[in-house]
Ligand binder design. Structure first.
Ligand code: NCD
Ligand code: ZN
Length: 346
């Protein structure tokens, strides 16, 4: 196939940050995607409908005039989440979902939930309202190996949670293991999972190839090759439980290449191209639209985009970096190239 045409895709997991970083990164996502589910892990986190509404306005102000892009907001759950505000925000269309960050699991998760049991009433209310719960699925405990955090979270936290709340709808964000993929299909249509480009393209060997590779360091960390293979099978399966969520997570170079470097891969400039590369390698381009443009909207209950886009098989170079605040962000494939290019409308 020399070109592929599909409905404008949706990115079900992005980090836009705030301020000048936000202004810099939003256009990359808006150029490729019709909508995005925006993560709330700012400092301070987005914990109320009013904060989400204000953040949404700042995002919209950063969208270039010629692009049609809809940000969908999420609420950062904490030990103090106000259920009334959460549900009102969902009912009013301000919140599309709520995000559970176990305390200290990732960037800005220091405000996260310290006891799942203590906010069980929040999950009960969300289950009642049909509001999706998005999880950063890692159990952070000193006796749990960092490569096993996902599986522990599935077994010890999520399986019992789904049992306690039989109508709760759940998205396992950025799954990284075969166990994560199996979990997403086990519960039928109430559980789904996003998969990032880096977890499809790489395994943990890539973190150490020729030396330490801080720009491939993200949470959850890359896993073994057999998990990468399971994720590739899941993403290209066409099953409604799997959809595109880049987890594009910009950090400036000085914060990544540091003694205690930040986790996150900035994939927004080449996101669709990176996924296309995987689907092409798996001879699954026919199932690309399901993963990128249909399954996510179906789970969240909004219509797929009506516009079509075409990507052609044509190599394009990827910029080494994107300047921001006297520093820069290094994108996925920065300084390299990708094999697909968005055909510009004439
Ligand atoms: C994300 C970030 O930087 O906000 N980092 C990451 O490595 N994925 C947070 C997250 O989604 O875990
Ligand atoms: Zn994320």
């Amino acid at each position: 196939m020399e070109s592929i045409t599909f409905r404008r895709p949706v990115d079900l997991h992005v980090h836009f940050r705030d301020g000048s970083m936000l202004d810099k990164v939003v256009p990359f996502t808006a150029r490729q995607f019709a909508r995005a589910i925006v993560m709330p892990n700012l400092t301070p986190p987005v914990t109320s409908a009013a904060m989400a509404q204000a953040y949404r306005q700042r995002i919209l102000a950063a969208v270039p005039d010629d692009l049609d892009f809809t940000p969908m907001m999420t609420c950062y759950l904490t030990d103090q989440t106000d259920v009334t505000d959460l549900l009102a925000g969902y009912r009013d269309g301000i919140f599309a979902a709520a995000k559970l960050y176990p305390a200290h699991a990732t960037t800005n998760a220091q405000f996260g939930v310290t006891s799942i049991a203590a906010i069980d009433h929040v999950f009960a209310a969300m289950a009642d309202a049909g509001m999706p719960l998005l999880t950063h699925g890692e159990l952070v405990r000193h006796d749990v190996d960092i490569f096993d955090r996902e599986q522990y979270f599935l077994d010890e936290v999520l399986a019992p949670l789904l049992e306690r709340h039989p109508t709760l709808r759940l998205v396992l964000e950025h799954i990284t293991t075969s166990e994560g993929a199996a979990f997403a299909t086990r519960y039928g249509s109430r559980v789904a999972a996003t998969i990032t480009p880096q977890h499809l393209l790489f395994n943990r060997n890539a973190l150490f190839e020729g030396g330490l590779r801080p720009h491939l360091y993200c949470m959850p960390i890359l896993k073994r090759a057999r998990h990468q293979q399971a994720l590739r099978a899941a993403a290209t399966s066409g099953l409604p439980n799997f959809f595109l969520g880049t987890d594009t997570a910009p950090h400036v170079r000085s914060a990544k290449e540091a003694d205690c470097g930040c986790a996150g891969v900035f994939s927004a400039p080449v996101a669709v191209e990176a996924y296309l590369c995987v689907f092409d390698q798996e001879a699954a381009l026919a199932r690309f639209e399901a993963f990128a443009s249909l399954n996510g909207p179906a789970f969240y209950g909004f219509p797929p985009d009506q516009q079509l886009v075409t990507y052609i098989r044509q190599r394009q170079p990827v910029a080494l970096s994107v300047a921001v605040d006297n520093d820069e962000i290094v994108p996925l494939f920065g300084g390299g190239s990708v094999d697909w290019t968005l055909r510009q409308k004439v």
